[in-house]
Design a protein around this ligand. Structure first.
Ligand SMILES: *[C@@H]1O[C@H](CO)[C@@H](O)[C@H](O)[C@H]1NC(C)=O
Ligand SMILES: *[C@@H]1O[C@H](CO)[C@@H](O)[C@H](O)[C@H]1NC(C)=O
Length: 346
């Protein structure tokens, strides 16, 4: 969720540089803990009554039942007075500037890794760790927005796994980025049935992923489904959503954005319908509303967005962004590195 990301950005992106003394480094590494505990404690305590309230609203708990059957009245019941934005550009065609070569006709699944143009270290971590353990029908593609073009082109010459889309990659454009990814795959990759969307600071358990089978034509999103989340009323927090934007106290169930599987037909339905729904700036909440009204089923799987190194499908530590080197160490600790197919790491 957004607030977790925010805590991460606020407390964890301290500008650690190798010039710091070990002691300073150690202190800096733990400096976030106290303010962080205060903040989460405060949030949890003030959220609890609202969570209880939301758990009594059966309307907002059903994972597979839309609030109203017909799209128009479903949207109206979430947004009684707001109309869909007239300048909604979310379903626009966004072209590719750099395209991956490695997605072939034999691939039915693609792991799409959202990556910043400059994060080559994380991409190399993925290439050298879990990507080679995936089944042959699964391709891995890194998706970025504009920036760092020459280096990305060179990287794509070497690995063929970069998709650069023509849009400004900013936090506010996250929903646009998702729609651009869906649009590209739907247009250009007719054989892909499942899109697995993840962040670059994750570890994928190839065996577990393989065991989650999907049959073509189904319309769902699968991941960690959160239910009973209240709308935050604390206006000083960035994940605050005003009643004029979204009037209800509770959100419908939504899938955590760090890792999930979306089927081709679900991606198509969301892309076709997204502009019928007024926008909310929290992208996973927005997807929850959209999925509800467009009848995209949400399937819960505890192994996604998993923050311990056991029994996971996708490991992701939500409270902090580990460095690429730390991700490597975690990968070795997970014991999954025995599964790799190609020891050269390519
Ligand atoms: C989102 O991307 C579009 C297309 O590249 C760009 O025009 C717009 O400025 C971006 N918005 C933000 C908030 O970055
Ligand atoms: C990977 O997935 C398999 C199959 O679900 C499971 O048995 C194993 O414990 C998982 N490994 C880790 C490290 O989570």
């Amino acid at each position: 969720m957004l607030w977790r990301r925010l805590i991460r950005v606020t407390f964890f992106k301290s500008p650690l540089s190798s010039k710091l003394s070990p002691l300073k480094l150690l202190t800096l590494q733990f400096a976030w803990i106290i303010p962080y505990l205060f903040l989460t404690n405060y949030l949890e305590r003030s959220l609890l009554p609202f969570r209880l309230l939301c758990y009594t609203q059966s309307n907002f708990l059903g994972v597979n039942t839309p609030l109203r059957d017909d799209l128009r009245s479903c949207v109206k019941s979430f947004f009684p007075v707001r109309e869909p934005d007239t300048d909604c550009g979310l379903n626009q065609r966004i072209n590719a500037r750099i395209e991956p070569r490695i997605v072939e006709d034999s691939h039915q699944r693609v792991v799409v890794i959202r990556s910043a143009p400059k994060s080559a270290d994380y991409r190399n971590f993925v290439r050298r760790s879990w990507a080679p353990t995936l089944q042959p029908e699964v391709a891995t593609v890194f998706v970025t927005g504009l920036g760092n073009d020459d280096a990305l082109q060179k990287e794509n010459d070497d690995f063929g796994d970069i998709l650069q889309l023509d849009f400004v990659d900013s936090y506010k454009n996250l929903t646009l980025k998702m729609m651009a990814i869906y649009g590209y795959i739907l247009r250009e990759k007719p054989n892909i049935q499942d899109i697995i969307v993840i962040n670059d600071d994750t570890i994928v358990n190839a065996t577990a992923l393989h065991q989650i089978s999907t049959s073509s034509g189904e319309t769902y999103m699968l991941g960690k489904v959160s239910r009973g989340y209240p709308r935050l009323l604390m206006w000083w927090l960035p994940w605050y959503v005003p009643g004029t934007m979204y009037p209800s106290m509770c959100y419908p169930p939504f899938t955590q954005g760090s890792s999930f599987i979306i089927t081709r037909s679900a991606a198509q339905r969301i892309l076709d319908g997204i502009c019928e729904v007024p926008a909310i700036h929290l992208d996973d909440v927005m997807m929850g509303v959209v999925a509800n009204c467009l009848r995209v089923e949400l399937r819960h799987n505890e192994g996604f967005d998993h923050h311990t190194l056991d029994e996971f499908v996708v490991f992701h530590y939500q409270y902090s962004r580990f460095s690429a080197a730390e991700m490597h160490a975690l990968w070795r600790r997970s014991g999954l590195d025995g599964d790799r197919r190609d020891p050269s790491g390519r």
